[in-house]
Design a protein around this ligand. Structure first.
Ligand SMILES: Nc1ncnc2c1ncn2[C@@H]1O[C@H](COP(=O)(O)OP(=O)(O)OP(=O)(O)O)[C@@H](O)[C@H]1O
Length: 718
């Protein structure tokens, strides 16, 4: 099909294939006051403003043009386009968080940064002037300075007034800039995790990923927000530099003593820097495993209870707490050694200063005032150097956190078909608010920020995927597949299966045969390693994944609900649209869920608890069906959707499913063969292939594996 003949991506068109009673998401009216607001569920990630008109060239010379400003999607298709995710379009891994990136994010707040720098100079100048005024004060007292005392005191008073005002301005501005930078980083890292391939989530635990966004980014945040006080961070640095300059001006002979102090401390800091990295790293990892253990324990609390696993979980948690404690103590020891060495260096310097300076004052070479200033500056330097060392410690922790984030997220596991589709949508569905700006960062990530340069800009137009799915068969052609984490184990070995349009195909077979794997491939959580999946003859890889997600609905044994209200869970069927309450109720009625929802304490506003834990299995299932009804996708996958239910719930859910299946291309996976005997076709999957195919009676008559499975189940029932 030529892309030019395709309907524009944004064109609002009623779906001619909609079964009666279902809801086309393009035609849902705008949000009214009585409608659900889904702001808590909706998040947007948006493109660079510069990207509204561009022409790109994919790697390997595949040309692709993409003009988003015209509310259409004439993505030029390249007949030679290769669907190889693994080779040519893989960018070289590079650090996700780099100094360059942080700098470019900071520069987005030039004005505030400018104010922060000026106020930093101002308050540091005030601080640095104080010992000088103390010296003058002593000079006036001993009569070495002819200035009246009140004039000097009024100048000191002005200084004392200015310093806190400038400090407030510095802290507020610096903090605001950093908070904004951190929000952008958080949003970008969240997005980066979100668009990883599914195997990434097989590899990393939720706790580890949570740790990236909480503790790791937290330590990066602290490096500035915890270091804006007087004796830390930039102020400490400016005070160290300023103090040394003043000391050299006041007394070129005494200043080298303090210079030596600085050198020795800097040398220590350098050694400290090298030696504490592994300790910080271990500390961060220990913290991540604590959060991992907490997440796992509490999310599986019922399993823990039912097995009496509390003691085991306690010991597991205790072990992790102890290793966190161990690394924390080690870290503390490093810090204390550092502090002591700093202090020793300062005390030695002070003592030297008293000896040398005292003798110079006695000899009349140095005034009492200058000597008093010198002592004052030594203390200023003491605090500033200590603060600087602490800041270096925090910086070390942050560098270790950045290293952790980079080591997890700088790989090349981005699901490019998903990222590209998401990005393309963001070009179109702009939301002009602060939320959008969080994701609008030029140059943050090559893969997601420059769709014009993306090899996938050569993908064909996607706007007709829905039409194809409503009208064409789905074919799995010679599909081979191994899970990325177990590449040597072949799960599907040349599987061929056609899901005829608008009919129900059941996939049955022994446990481990690969039935759910077929579902994962149809949902495009993974792509086949060989062979292809087509819709009306088109390879599904020609469509971006976010568009494909709109045409496939999955209802499985354990539907996951979000911890929001019942209504919002149903409306999640169309997460990007404003869904009216009427449509939610219609979907709930069709799913046999309306009556029980009304009996809940707050009806559609009742919160369902974490993962829907406040509802029964059957209720959760019917809400999931209502959600799928609202989604109105042409392809429906039911993966053991009723297997966990009792007889009454099963009947209610089955009625709802019958409603949902009408007119859709449906794949049903079930162990209980009685639930699929009315399917138009039954495919028996064995060893990653379709071994038998036909209607129930055909397969029973064949007396093959299916017939023996039926017999086994009948015997078990009797
Ligand atoms: N994410 C994964 N990574 C690695 N291997 C996996 C993964 N998921 C499933 N497998 C393996 O793939 C094989 C097929 O699993 P699949 O879930 O498709 O079987 P099934 O036919 O649906 O089984 P059942 O009827 O018991 O649900 C199994 O051996 C399983 O261990």
């Amino acid at each position: 099909m030529a892309s030019a003949a395709l309907p524009p991506l944004l064109q609002t068109q009623p779906n001619r294939f909609l079964p009666p009673g279902c809801f086309g998401h393009r035609t849902i009216p705008k949000l009214r006051s009585s409608q659900l607001r889904l702001s808590s569920l909706r998040r947007s990630i948006l493109p660079p403003p510069s990207a509204y008109l561009f022409v790109g060239k994919s790697e390997g010379g595949a040309a692709g043009a993409y003009v988003t400003g015209q509310a259409s999607d004439p993505i030029v298709s390249d007949p030679n386009f290769k669907f190889d995710d693994s080779s040519s379009d893989q960018p070289q891994p590079r650090d996700l968080i780099s100094w360059g990136l942080l700098w470019s994010l900071l520069l987005k707040h030039k004005l505030r940064l400018g104010v922060a720098v000026l106020t930093l100079i101002g308050c540091s100048t005030c601080t640095l002037s104080m010992p000088l005024f103390s010296g003058q004060f002593f000079e006036v007292l001993v009569g070495g300075r002819p200035e009246p005392l009140w004039r000097l005191l009024s100048r000191i008073g002005l200084l004392y007034m200015l310093e806190p005002i400038l400090t407030v301005l510095f802290v507020v501005n610096m903090n605001t800039v950093w908070e904004k930078v951190m929000s952008t980083l958080r949003a970008q890292i969240f997005t980066r995790v979100l668009i990883q391939k599914v195997e990434f989530f097989d590899r990393y635990k939720v706790g580890e990923l949570t740790g990236l966004l909480t503790s790791d980014l937290g330590s990066l945040k602290d490096v500035v927000s915890e270091n804006v006080s007087r004796d830390r961070g930039f102020r400490a640095l400016s005070e160290v530099i300023g103090t040394i300059c003043i000391l050299f001006t006041l007394s070129p002979e005494l200043a080298p003593i303090l210079g030596f102090l600085m050198l020795s401390i800097s040398a220590f800091v350098a050694i400290y820097k090298r030696s504490t990295v592994p300790v910080f790293k271990a500390h961060g990892l220990a913290q991540a495993s604590i959060s991992d253990c907490v997440t796992e324990t509490f999310s599986a609390i019922r399993t823990v209870r039912s097995f009496g696993g509390e003691r085991r979980q306690m010991f597991m948690f205790g072990g992790q707490v102890l290793s966190f404690q161990k690394s924390g103590i080690k870290l503390g020891t490093f810090k204390s050694i550092n502090e002591s060495i700093t202090r020793v260096a300062v005390y030695v310097s002070l003592l030297t200063l008293y000896c040398l300076g005292g003798s110079k004052v006695k000899a009349g070479v140095l005034s009492v005032g200058t000597m008093a200033s010198f002592v004052g500056y030594t203390f200023t330097l003491t605090f500033a150097v200590q603060g600087l060392v602490n800041t270096f410690g925090d910086l070390r922790g942050s560098l270790a956190a950045i290293e952790r984030i980079n080591s997890i997220l700088s790989g090349v596991e981005i699901d490019k078909a998903l990222a590209y589709g998401l990005e393309r949508e963001m070009h179109i569905k702009g939301i002009d608010d602060e939320n959008k700006k969080l994701f609008l960062v030029n140059g943050f990530d090559d893969t997601t920020q420059h769709p014009n340069m993306h090899p996938r800009s050569a993908l064909k137009s996607v706007s007709w995927v829905c039409d194809l799915a409503w009208s064409g068969d789905i074919c799995l052609e010679d599909v081979h597949f191994s899970y990325p984490l177990r590449p040597d184990v072949g799960i599907l070995n040349g599987l061929n299966l056609t899901l005829k349009c608008g009919t129900v195909t059941a996939l049955v077979g022994p446990s481990g045969a690969g039935k759910s794997t077929v579902v994962q491939l149809l949902a495009r959580f993974y792509e086949p390693s060989k062979g292809r999946i087509t819709v009306a003859g088109e390879d599904v890889r020609t469509f971006d994944k976010s568009e494909w997600a709109r045409v496939v609905s999955i209802v499985n044994q354990e539907p996951v609900l979000f911890s929001v209200s019942v209504g919002e869970n149903i409306a999640y069927g169309l997460p990007d649209d404003d869904v009216s309450m009427d449509d939610v109720i219609k979907a709930a009625k069709a799913a046999n869920a309306h009556d029980f929802i009304l009996s809940l304490p707050q009806g559609y506003d009742t919160l369902v608890g974490e993962r829907g834990g406040l509802l029964s299995g059957g209720q959760r299932q019917r809400i999931a069906i209502a959600r799928a009804l609202l989604k109105n996708a042409p392809i429906l996958i039911l993966d053991e959707a009723t297997s966990a239910l009792d007889a009454v719930s099963e009947r209610l859910v089955q009625d709802a499913l019958n409603q949902l299946m009408k007119g859709r291309t449906t794949l049903v996976i079930a162990h209980r063969l009685s639930t699929v005997q009315n399917a138009h076709r039954i495919a028996l999957c064995s060893d990653g292939q379709i071994a038998e195919l036909g209607t129930h009676s055909e397969l029973v008559a064949k007396k093959g594996l299916y017939a023996s499975l039926v017999d086994t189940q009948r015997l078990a029932f009797e």
